[in-house]
Design a protein around this ligand. Structure first.
Ligand code: GLN
Length: 478
């Protein structure tokens, strides 16, 4: 059967490549995977969905009940969750997809190069010299690009699915916030955390998304069944009205000095192709994008500081070997020893922003900028945000989608990212991905192969809830 044949190829790629690439931090035994594939092949012949018997990897921050969920942190070594992430349950039970193991990541999903991990960095499979696989879902993107699985799950809080997908030359999709359940996904910054999908083609992403996008009563931010119906109807109407021809926006604030010529050239090539296909192109401006990066690095760490306070050395996870619990000794030692440097930095940054002296100037200001940024996006899109009152749009042209690069460069050398002097050097890489995260809108990175043999991630963003059409337009470009 073709399923078995495909599974064997994935397993052989794992056994020949994973020790070097370090994409997967735990791998299911081959025999058990093949047995499962045979079972699914037999059982699901009639009703076989596109994903039945397909293999997937998942980032180490998705909870499963039969293996430790560690978030690549010393803090959670050996921790086994009492419950399973809703998306995992859906992939197992509804799609009959089969997991091959857990993927490497930056500790608690904080990072851009998959270097902050107790398991050691994941490497980019596209290059023979060690280059960054991107982060924080670097293991997921690497596993897909190296042919270890058909697709992978990641999480995207500020770009962590899109950036590694861009570096590894695969598709990485961050859906609208709230469409995919976060239940059982370890929290980093809960107002931004989004489950995302990585695959080699848009069709597979679409299939996975259709399985995992569902109302979940266990996630308080899950989009209601009613709104989902409404979104479906709107999508159908918009598809009919547009007849496959779109208005494409070129967001001027995405032209940043740090962008390498490879990236800007690829962007121009994509725009040329879209124009040749008969889509209309417009330059659009969203001034608040200029403040998106600092806003993200205030809100993200603030939420993280609050979320990560639960790792106290008492309830679960790592506990420092101290005999004094009093005066915060156990708490302090546990957290100093259990968290890596980047996570500790975010906690300090977050607690500072939340402290009484800084709260009004930092946290509250950042929330205001975030709101402005959301309104900037609403004003640019031709269609209204389904959760907001209709707005007056000013004179500037409105568009269906925005097309921009996803990263400022192609995958950097690992030696360069490991020798970075300041954390800011890596934070600036998120400048192109955090706007969509703060606005909660769907965004995808698709690989674009340049004439001179490079692969660049091109980002497409759409209005909140317009996920299916973002996938439509992605397919026309790829
Ligand atoms: N690179 C960003 C950060 O370090 C994004 C992380 C993410 O999306 N999980 O915060």
């Amino acid at each position: 059967d073709i399923l078995l044949k495909e599974a064997k190829i994935c397993l052989s790629n794992i056994s020949s490549l994973n020790h070097h690439l370090n994409a997967l931090i735990s791998v299911r035994p081959s025999e058990s995977v093949l047995t499962r594939v045979s079972e699914v092949a037999l059982r699901c012949t009639e009703s076989r969905s596109g994903l039945a018997g397909k293999l997937f990897a998942f980032k180490d921050n998705f909870c499963t009940v039969d293996q430790p969920t560690t978030c690549a942190s010393k803090m959670l070594q050996g921790y086994v969750s009492p419950f399973e992430a809703t998306v995992m349950t859906r992939l197992y039970k509804i799609a009959h997809a089969i997991d091959i193991g857990r993927a490497n990541m930056d500790e608690f999903a904080m990072g851009t190069d998959n270097i902050f991990t107790v398991y050691g960095p994941a490497l980019n499979p596209l290059y023979s010299t060690p280059r960054s696989a991107g982060g924080s879902s670097g293991g997921s993107a690497c596993a897909v690009a190296a042919g270890m699985c058909h697709f992978a799950l990641g999480t995207d809080t500020g770009g962590s699915v899109r950036l590694p997908a861009a570096y590894c030359g695969v598709v990485g999709f961050k859906p609208s916030y709230g469409l995919v359940s976060r239940h059982g996904v370890v929290a980093f910054a809960q107002s931004l955390d989004t489950v995302g999908v990585i695959a080699r083609d848009v069709q597979t992403v679409r299939e996975v998304f259709s399985v995992i996008s569902a109302y979940d009563p266990l996630d308080p931010t899950s989009v209601s069944i009613e709104l989902r119906r409404q979104l479906q109807a709107t999508t159908a109407r918009r598809r009919q009205a547009s007849k496959g021809k779109y208005k494409i926006g070129i967001p001027l604030e995405f032209i940043v000095d740090s962008c390498s010529p490879d990236i800007t050239n690829a962007w121009a090539e994509v725009l040329k192709k879209l124009h040749a296909q008969g889509h209309e192109l417009y330059a659009v401006s969203m001034p608040s994008i200029k403040s998106a990066l600092p806003t993200y690095y205030i809100l993200g760490p603030s939420e993280a500081a609050s979320n990560l306070s639960r790792y106290d050395g008492v309830r679960y996870g790592y506990r420092a070997n101290v005999d004094r619990v009093a005066n915060g000794v156990l708490y302090g030692m546990t957290r100093s020893e259990g968290f890596g440097s980047e996570v500790r930095r975010r906690i300090l940054l977050g607690n500072y922003n939340l402290s009484s002296g800084a709260f009004n100037n930092h946290y509250i200001q950042a929330q205001k900028v975030r709101r402005k940024l959301q309104l900037n996006f609403d004003r640019v899109f031709s269609v209204d945000h389904p959760l907001e009152k209709p707005i007056d749009r000013d004179d500037q042209p409105t568009v269906d989608f925005l097309v921009a690069p996803c990263s400022t460069s192609t995958a950097p050398l690992l030696s360069d990212v490991l020798s970075q002097k300041s954390p800011l050097d890596s934070y600036v890489n998120d400048v192109l991905t955090v706007p969509a995260s703060l606005a909660g809108i769907p965004a995808i990175s698709i690989p674009w192969h340049t004439d001179d043999g490079k692969v660049v991630g091109i980002q497409i963003m759409g209005q909140y809830g317009d996920d299916d059409r973002v996938l439509d337009v992605s397919e026309t470009i790829m």
